[in-house]
Design a protein around this ligand. Structure first.
Ligand code: PEP
Ligand code: MG
Length: 325
């Protein structure tokens, strides 16, 4: 199988029906960047920046962060890297931040909520990103946005930092794309302005699914209880695709499910055109996509839905088996 994936490494992920699907990789460490080349990913769809904060015993310095981000951009060789601002809280606790006594940390003071309430660290990180870009394009996305005003407030911080850096005489990025992660169900129902104002949207499928089903992603007992290919969840995702299509907002899906070939195929069938996953998943996902016709997959999904099935998985698996996969 490894050989089979190596052979298509440089080939695009084009389905039998001619639809191109962009496959990006998730990363969080400098050491993972070589996978960009070896996996054949088109870019880094999610760069989790919290690791550099988690492994230290005190707040990293801006210059350290800028140097690290610059190395990440250097190593990406012109491919796009979506830097996600600090996503801490919940399960990711910094040793140098006062621990919060929270009854429900996953629903608590985390990610952009911390960034907006204590903007010092987020602003420092944004400055480091601007400096790292040093005239090159910069892509920033904000995690765990749950309402439009949070996205606007975070974006304003970035715009203010850009102004400030300009006043300091620094080279600004060639362009800045500012996106949001959609990982709370509320954002699927956000005002149209959210979809218009975000330069792109990336679904954090791990969190979105946990909140959609009210099933803790960390709890083995409930984690696998709800299938990603559950009809309600797919219908929900499809609505997000439709809203993004209406405003022509680039949309990607970047949870663990994007790296599972059958899930990836179904996501493509309901309209996703970009997926981001761990590097090792790119080969298997690309392999299946290249052998699949999305309208056929879509017909199988729709037929299963019409029967009132809980999940489309059995029907899709059956279809793949009949095709000899
Ligand atoms: C997600 O929630 O799906 C996601 C990509 O982010 P994380 O797993 O880091 O929460
Ligand atoms: Mg998340």
């Amino acid at each position: 199988a490894q050989k089979r994936y190596a052979a298509i490494r440089k080939e695009p992920a084009i389905t039998l029906c001619g639809q191109r699907i962009a496959l990006h990789m998730n990363a969080g460490l400098m050491a993972e960047l070589p996978s960009l080349e070896s996996s054949g990913a088109e870019g880094v769809g999610l760069f989790r920046t919290e690791l550099q904060f988690l492994v230290r015993s005190k707040v990293p310095r801006r210059s350290e962060l800028a140097a690290l981000y610059a190395r990440v951009i250097d190593a990406s060789d012109g491919k796009r890297v979506a830097f996600r601002t600090l996503d801490i809280g919940s399960d990711k606790v910094l040793s140098y931040m006062k621990p919060q006594e929270e009854p429900n940390p996953a629903l608590g003071w985390r990610a952009i909520r911390v960034g907006l309430d204590r903007p010092g660290m987020m602003r420092m990180q944004l400055q480091a990103l601007i400096r790292a870009a040093n005239g090159r394009p910069l892509t920033v996305m904000f995690p765990f946005v749950a309402q439009l005003e949070e996205f606007r407030a975070a974006r304003d911080h970035l715009l203010r930092e850009l102004d400030r850096e300009e006043r300091l005489g620094r080279v600004l990025p060639e362009r800045v794309d500012i996106g949001a992660m959609l990982e709370t169900p509320s954002m699927a129902f956000a005002p149209r302005q959210f979809f218009e104002e975000a330069d792109f949207i990336s679904i954090g499928g791990n969190d979105l699914k946990q909140f959609f089903f009210a099933a803790d992603r960390e709890n083995e007992r409930v984690r696998r209880r709800y299938d990603t290919l559950n009809v309600s969840f797919l219908t929900f995702l499809e609505q997000i695709v439709r809203r993004c299509d209406e405003t022509e907002t680039p949309l990607s899906f970047c949870g663990e499910d994007a790296g599972r070939p059958v899930e990836a195929l179904c996501l493509a069938a309901i309209g996703f055109r970009a997926l981001s996953m761990r590097p090792a998943s790119i080969g298997p996902v690309k392999h299946l996509l290249r052998k699949s016709d999305l309208s056929e997959a879509r017909a199988v999904i729709d037929a299963a839905r019409a029967t009132g099935a809980q999940s489309v998985r059995p029907a899709v698996m059956d279809w793949l088996r009949r095709r000899g996969e």
